[in-house]
Design a protein around this ligand. Structure first.
Ligand code: FAM
Length: 434
């Protein structure tokens, strides 16, 4: 069957039963102890959320519905033989837990294209901002403007029963995912290309069209965009953008409101904006030292960065304890398509230099590089050199992860999220009595 929504309709009842059984049979099973450190430490390590679409293992990294990144690159349908996966295939996998056929992926590409018309007022909202506004600000403004067409909000207002809320959530999420490439490319062309937008090409898949509308038609760039949109889609539920989308959605805010919140979280430098910061940092090294930088010069530069109170963006992680497989697959891509690129060569040297220094600091739990160390230089290589724009593309991709889980949140009838907070006084008194 080529229709994603009817596949979901079949899957949902069995997953609802599974959740009911889990609750009734194991609801009282303990999942570990919460320490004061965890409460003071940004809830690190507290299991507190159901997230069906992906799971991060600290050593192996992300698995989308059980499949690692190398596995996804093997089994998901591609546009080019032996090439990068089509992100539509990942979306199908996230939603159904099943690897789609090429025909199913092609049908979904067409469906997304058919849903991609952006109402004119959205562009007016973006145009009302100064062209100097950060691309992420222009992007979220566009998402908020898309919200006007939310089917969820209408259906909720009309009293649609809770058990059916997943349907307008599905409609909103697919429309949102479909409309982000034109909105994102509008922002890019408005800021950097004198506002001359490019129409979608009906013959192209989702990521290729995104690249095309940005103004990049090199087949290698189309492959890069397919890889980029695939690997940035989801990273289990606790990262800031995914968690925020899920949290806001739990108030039954519609998917546009929920996802706009995700994107605002993504715009923080410790999260998605790290890709911008990481590339600016690489460029600053070349500017100061030239491209023939020695290992000692690099070590000095890293220490200088740390001593000035900054973090080394693109390194470290809240959950991962090894090199991010999203970094590694981008490294593979670079070795295949741009081994001579000076920024890539610089990053390869930093891959040797930074981890021992971060380890020497003594407090960094993971000294290895994450996804954001690598993504910017790849885009830069093919001409998308406007670093401040890069996080917008992360945002386009993240809509697939946040959207898939939002659909399941409503299908499973997950409740309002409301963890308990306490004051220092409360903790002091509690610990005194222990
Ligand atoms: N450079 C310098 N210091 C670092 C560091 C880095 N790359 N990574 C961690 N630390 C410090 C951290 O600031 C903290 O110091 P204080 O106790 O003085 O505040 C200490 O080491 C312990 O931190 P941690 O437990 O190892 O990490 P957290 O779980 O608190 O934070 C990150 C995780 C990602 C925020 C952190 O590693 C970081 O700031 N990295 C640089 C920014 C970055 O690349 N973010 C992108 C993460 C990503 F994959 C994504 O979300 N897209």
């Amino acid at each position: 069957d080529l229709d994603l929504k009817s596949q979901l309709r079949e899957l949902i009842p069995e997953q609802q039963d599974r959740l009911k059984k889990l609750k009734s049979e194991h609801g009282k099973v303990q999942l570990g102890n919460i320490t004061v450190d965890m409460v003071l430490g940004g809830m690190r390590g507290i299991i507190g959320m159901l997230w069906e679409t992906s799971l991060v293992d600290p050593e192996e990294g992300i698995r989308f519905r059980g499949l690692s990144i190398p596995e996804c690159r093997k089994v998901l349908p591609t546009a080019v033989e032996g090439g990068e996966p089509l992100p539509e295939g990942l979306l199908w996998l996230l939603l159904t837990g099943k690897v789609p056929t090429k025909d199913q992926v092609d049908a979904l590409s067409k469906e997304l294209l058919a849903r991609s018309t952006v109402p004119a007022h959205v562009y007016k909202v973006i145009d009302a901002l100064p062209v100097t506004a950060h691309p992420m600000t222009q992007f979220t403004a566009g998402i908020m403007a898309l919200q006007v067409e939310s089917e969820f909000q209408k259906a909720y207002g009309n009293g649609l029963p809770k058990s059916k809320l997943w349907e307008p959530t599905y409609e909103d999420c697919l429309n949102l995912i479909a409309r982000l490439p034109p909105v994102a490319s509008y922002v890019y062309r408005r800021i950097f290309k004198d506002g001359k937008s490019i129409e979608a090409d009906d013959s192209l898949d989702y990521a290729a069209n995104l690249s095309h509308m940005l103004g990049f038609d090199d087949p290698r760039m189309l492959e890069l965009m397919r890889l980029h949109v695939t690997i940035h889609a989801d990273h289990e539920g606790g990262n800031i953008s995914s968690h925020t989308g899920h949290l806001v959605g739990s108030a039954l805010s519609d998917p546009y409101l929920s996802f706009a919140s995700s994107v605002n979280g993504l715009a923080g430098p410790l999260h998605g904006l790290a890709n911008q910061e990481a590339l600016l940092w690489l460029k600053s090294i070349i500017q100061e030292t030239g491209s023939d930088v020695t290992t000692d010069q690099l070590k000095d530069y890293v220490w200088k960065t740390l001593k000035s109170g900054k973090v080394v963006h693109g390194f470290g992680h809240g959950v991962l304890r090894r090199t991010d497989p999203r970094y590694l697959c981008q490294r593979e891509f670079a070795l295949k398509y741009l081994p001579e690129d000076p920024l890539f060569q610089l990053l390869s040297k930093l891959y040797e230099v930074v981890p021992p220094i971060l380890t020497e600091l003594g407090k960094v739990k993971n000294p290895w590089p994450n996804v954001d160390a690598h993504s910017g230089l790849l885009l830069n290589h093919f001409g998308l050199s406007e670093t401040r724009y890069h996080t917008v593309l992360f945002g386009v991709s993240r809509s697939m992860g946040v959207g898939s889980q939002l659909i399941w949140d409503r299908a499973l009838g997950l409740p309002l999220e409301r963890p308990k907070s306490v004051t220092m006084e409360w903790l002091e008194n509690y610990c005194k009595n222990k």
